[in-house]
Design a protein around this ligand. Structure first.
Ligand code: PMV
Length: 327
């Protein structure tokens, strides 16, 4: 039996800008997906249970026991299946030669915007590596997971699978000429509490990315100015993290949210949650991930503050996820 895990993630600075080579900062969160890979001797045993998310292909069967938002597994069924095949291919693994059962679990809830798909790719690559002694290092696991991510996101920047593979806080810069991305791990002295507020709206990241591209082409002067500001901001955020200056970090998150509003990837519900978090004492708050719905993140270093902000969201009927970055 082989096992592997992958972290969920949150983007703290410069989602969208990252697509154009501007550095971004992301962190793994304190929840993960776990994959188990078992060899199956008798191919007649490769029958999916019929539970939501269970599936099978030539030489493999997958059971998805992850906690999930209602409907998520059904919606992602096809992409998940394609993604498993892409991971096999990238890992050079042929299930028809070695029949396997894959079981997904762990405490990361399968919802959009917290890197759930990347966590599946990473955990599966690690479990295959473990069971078949493939000798992959983290860099290779990360590459394989990136291939698997393509089934969900077209050509993603790679920030999700990177955070999911390495854990911790990291600065990520996409290499626009196709070479290796620049990844730098940022150490903080203690993990930091956050709240992730869920708008309840399932947004389409691909469409959000395409919208930015279209507007950027139409209004180059405006977008050049915003992109320059995003570039300057991430340098300051990096420095604030290294000093563990969480007040400064929060202010910079607020500024990042303004830039994301300017490129039109926010949503009235995201803005409402961001305002609510700030009014309740969060050091800073912004949308996170693709935007147009999905999640926002609030910086709430103390446990009491985290609880207060989360409860304020819940009182308005939103789901609030209490977790930590820098773990
Ligand atoms: O929707 P998420 O959480 O996977 O984040 C998307 C992040 C973007 O920067 C908008 C796209 C990308 O590929 O980096």
């Amino acid at each position: 039996m082989g096992v592997g895990s992958g972290f969920g993630k949150v983007i703290l600075f410069n989602e969208h800008f990252v697509v154009y080579g501007i550095p971004s900062i992301a962190s793994a969160i304190d929840s993960r997906t776990e994959a188990i890979v078992e060899r199956v001797k008798d191919p007649r045993l490769l029958v999916p249970s019929g539970n939501e998310g269970s599936m099978a292909g030539d030489g493999w069967v997958l059971e998805d026991n992850r906690p999930a938002n209602p409907g998520y597994k059904k919606e992602k069924y096809q992409q998940q299946k394609e993604s498993v095949l892409l991971v096999f291919k990238a890992a050079g693994f042929d299930p028809t030669e070695n029949n396997i059962r894959i079981t997904l679990g762990g405490d990361l809830k399968a919802v959009g915007g917290i890197g759930a798909s990347a966590a599946v790719c990473v955990s599966l690559a690690r479990a295959l590596n473990d069971e078949f002694r493939l000798g992959f290092d983290d860099a290779r696991i990360n590459q394989i997971a990136y291939e698997g991510e393509k089934a969900y996101a077209g050509t993603p920047s790679g920030i999700d699978n990177t955070a999911s593979t390495y854990g911790g806080l990291l600065r990520f810069e996409k290499n626009l000429s196709g070479g290796e991305n620049r990844i730098e791990l940022l150490k903080v002295k203690r993990p930091i509490r956050i709240v992730m507020g869920n708008t309840g709206i399932t947004a389409d990241t691909k469409a959000a990315v395409a919208g930015v591209r279209e507007r950027k082409e139409k209004e180059p002067a405006k977008y050049d100015r915003i992109f320059r500001e995003a570039m300057a901001l991430v340098g300051k955020a990096d420095a604030a993290l290294r000093r563990y200056d969480l007040r400064a970090l929060g202010r910079l998150m607020n500024q990042n949210h303004t830039l994301l509003q300017e490129i039109e990837v926010s949503h009235p519900k995201l803005d409402e949650l961001v305002e609510l978090a700030r009014r309740n004492g969060a050091y800073g708050a912004k949308l996170t991930g693709g935007g147009l719905g999905g999640y926002m993140v609030a910086l709430t270093p103390q446990k009491r503050l985290q609880e207060k902000v989360a409860r304020a969201m819940e009182a308005k009927g939103y789901e609030a996820f209490r977790t930590m970055i820098g773990v």
